[in-house]
Write a protein that binds this ligand. Structure first.
Ligand code: PA5
Length: 447
């Protein structure tokens, strides 16, 4: 991968970027020496290099078991317990995977427990009615309402469909080693389980069984994914100088832009398969940095699609944004524009060209237009969308996030703000233990 800062650096004074660049080494070192805030959640830092072939064999064996029994596997989880797996699976799958019924080699992987939509759950259960399905239930706390609710429905349905003994073979729980309702339930029911390490937070957990199992079930190469992350771990280590360290460069540049009024970072892709990567990235940066009334707001767009909706704002709206463009050097498939004798659509100037060449010119044209319009541009190039490059991509952004959060002066590894809605919801639903909050909230809404 390659990062280019030229078209962002021209928007900030050189002195301030240099000053921030000089701070990256110390912030990166905190991730390795454990002397920064949130240091009990640094397990992800050396996670790639600590993954053993034997561990990957165990994950693969479990995935193979589910693959042999199920035509559909439901991944139940939310936030960090789902977005990473979905991002990788959707990046690697055919865009029409959901419709490929004939000669499928891999089970369909579908997602639940990431919303409380009754229609969504009813649709899912209807879809599963005549399918051989299994469930990977993922929750570190083991108590997340969205996930637990979906799991209760799906477990009941599965047991009815195939009986308790077979259901037990088709359910895997990924959770804390000891705590939480999911751990007790899994022990009681005798499910196969994987542990989410104590020192790895949800949004940094895609390279644990939280992500790896669902990715292996979908038929992708988890060894290549981990290898990509391992190589990026080396490239971004604390002893790698700023000039060679893409994570430090990214962290310095985005903090410099933030200091100069660029409060919103838009992650841009030109490949629709990367849509869920942006969702994963938004959680990673939003939950890590949005604290103490500080933090860049992470937004995302899929181009060229969104050029026809958000393009106007980006080109010409308030100049509080910068863009980080994910550029993929090489498409995986090849489609050329055919010649048409009549040329009624006037497209013969493209005849013989690959569609990717047209896309690349759209990408370059857009970057130049936005830079001219006053939008700083960070360019991040990857060779292609495959397991190895995605592994690099994941670790690069994780490392950049840790460094950037420390530069901003927050604890990048907690998320105290996500509890507020839960407290109100439980009070409104009269959850036992929330009696005081229930009374207070009732008084408030009755006013
Ligand atoms: O990153 C995080 O910590 C969160 O997004 C959690 O992953 C999410 O809330 C799900 O939590 P849990 O895995 O405990 O169900």
């Amino acid at each position: 991968m390659k990062i280019t800062l030229t078209n962002a650096a021209s928007f900030v004074p050189t002195g301030s970027l240099n000053e921030l660049a000089a701070r990256t080494a110390a912030c990166n070192a905190l991730l390795e020496n454990g002397q920064g805030a949130g240091n009990d959640f640094l397990g992800w830092v050396h996670l790639p290099s600590s993954i053993t072939p034997e561990f990957l064999d165990e994950v693969q064996a479990c995935a193979d078991g589910l693959r042999s029994r199920c035509e559909v596997v439901v991944v139940a989880g939310i936030g960090g317990s789902y977005l990473g797996a979905r991002a990788v699976n959707e990046a690697l799958a055919s865009s029409f995977d959901a419709f490929q019924a004939k000669d499928r080699k891999n089970p369909y992987v579908v997602y639940a427990g990431n919303n409380i939509g009754e229609d969504y759950l009813a649709d899912l259960m209807e879809f599963l009615q005549d399918k051989q399905f299994g469930i990977i239930n993922i929750s570190k706390s083991g108590t997340t309402t969205e996930t637990a609710l979906a799991f209760r429905l799906l477990k009941t349905m599965l047991e009815k469909q195939v009986g308790k003994t077979e259901a037990q073979k088709r359910i895997v729980a990924v959770t804390d080693r000891a705590k939480g309702a999911l751990r007790s339930l899994a022990t009681q029911e005798g499910y196969k389980t994987f542990v989410i390490p104590d020192n790895v937070g949800g949004r940094f957990s895609v390279l644990t069984p939280v992500g790896l199992l669902a990715i292996a079930v979908a038929g992708y190469d988890i060894r290549a994914l981990v290898k990509g992350a391992q190589d990026m771990e080396k490239q971004t280590a604390a002893d790698v100088a700023y000039e060679e360290n893409p994570a430090c460069q990214y962290a310095a540049m985005r903090n410099a832009l933030y200091q100069y009024g660029k409060k919103i970072e838009i992650l841009v892709n030109f490949n629709p398969r990367l849509h869920y990567f942006s969702e994963w990235w938004k959680q990673l940066y939003g939950e890590s940095e949005g604290k103490q009334h500080k933090g860049i707001f992470p937004a995302s767009v899929d181009f060229t699609t969104d050029l026809h909706s958000m393009g106007q704002w980006i080109q010409d709206g308030e100049r509080s944004i910068f863009e980080t463009v994910i550029s993929i050097r090489q498409a995986n498939r090849e489609v050329r524009v055919p010649m048409d004798e009549e040329n009624l659509d006037g497209l013969n100037f493209l005849a013989g060209k690959r569609v990717d060449e047209v896309n690349k010119m759209a990408e370059l044209g857009t970057r130049l237009a936005h830079i001219d319009g006053g939008v700083p541009n960070i360019l991040i190039e990857f060779d292609k969308v495959d397991e190895y490059n995605i592994g690099q991509f994941i670790y690069f952004f994780e490392r950049g996030c840790g460094i950037s959060g420390y530069m901003l002066g927050v604890n990048p590894f907690d998320q105290p703000g996500v509890e507020a809605y839960k407290k109100n919801m439980f009070a409104l639903l009269n959850k036992p233990g929330y009696e005081k909050e229930s009374a207070a909230i009732q008084a408030r809404i009755c006013k």
